[in-house]
Design a protein around this ligand. Structure first.
Ligand code: NAP
Length: 186
């Protein structure tokens, strides 16, 4: 199944200066992200990959989208085994979708951002997991009106839970799962 996961603040802000607006102040959410995506395939834009320190996420197949045809070769800090096992570079979303359809083996395809990539995969996604961080942050990357329209029009809120702030997590959060009820998907 193709799934999407993102975290936003109360105003839909998801990024600032190529990092999370709330930094690493929400380990609970990072851990939740890890638990949901481990063992699966994660797809991200080149900017998000670089925001993670240009390192693939462990225990997941990482697919990086870029139009730069030399990007893979330029990742010289990886040995070929690492590259072979969990780091793939793609230049077209259609190739990712075709390859996923061809080789599907019980793994989910998780679209993990950023905004540019969320928008393009929206028509193919069946479930969207959203963490809403209970705060208002400075940001340069935000969920756009079209994304919000598609979310409210084509998806239905399926489950919701919440977690309060604590000594390790600076802000309270709510967790939403939206399931597609309308539109195209594979
Ligand atoms: N809060 C969250 O849940 C969350 C999650 C992820 C990211 N973020 C934040 O989001 C921000 C980054 O988002 P963004 O929208 O600016 O960038 P992005 O989506 O991470 O990356 C955009 C890049 O992906 C490549 N790309 C996109 N579509 C492509 C296509 N169809 N074919 C080939 N390549 C394609 C291009 O790379 P090239 O320029 O190399 O061609 C493009 O510049 C950061 O602040 C990050 O921290 C937040």
């Amino acid at each position: 199944m193709i799934k999407m996961i993102l975290a936003c603040d109360l105003n839909g802000v998801i990024g600032n200066g190529n990092s999370l607006p709330w930094g690493r102040s929400l380990p609970y959410d990072l851990n939740r992200f890890k638990e949901l995506t481990e063992g699966h395939i994660v797809v991200m834009g080149r900017k998000t990959f670089e925001s993670l320190g240009s390192k693939p996420l462990p225990n997941r197949e990482n697919v990086i989208l870029t139009r730069d045809v030399n990007y893979f070769t330029d990742l010289t800090h990886y040995n070929s085994r690492e590259k072979e096992n969990n780091l793939f570079v793609s230049h077209h979303i259609e190739h990712i979708l075709d390859e996923y359809d061809r080789t599907i083996d019980g793994k989910d395809l998780w679209i993990i951002g950023g905004m540019n990539v969320y928008e393009q995969f929206m028509p193919y996604v069946q479930e969207i997991y959203i963490t809403i961080v209970n705060g208002e942050f400075e940001g340069d990357t935000k969920l756009n009106p079209e994304f919000k329209y598609n979310l409210s029009n084509d998806f239905s809120l399926y489950t919701m839970s919440a977690k309060g702030a604590d000594s390790e997590n600076k802000y309270s959060m709510s967790f939403e799962k939206h399931v597609r009820v309308k539109g195209e998907y594979k």
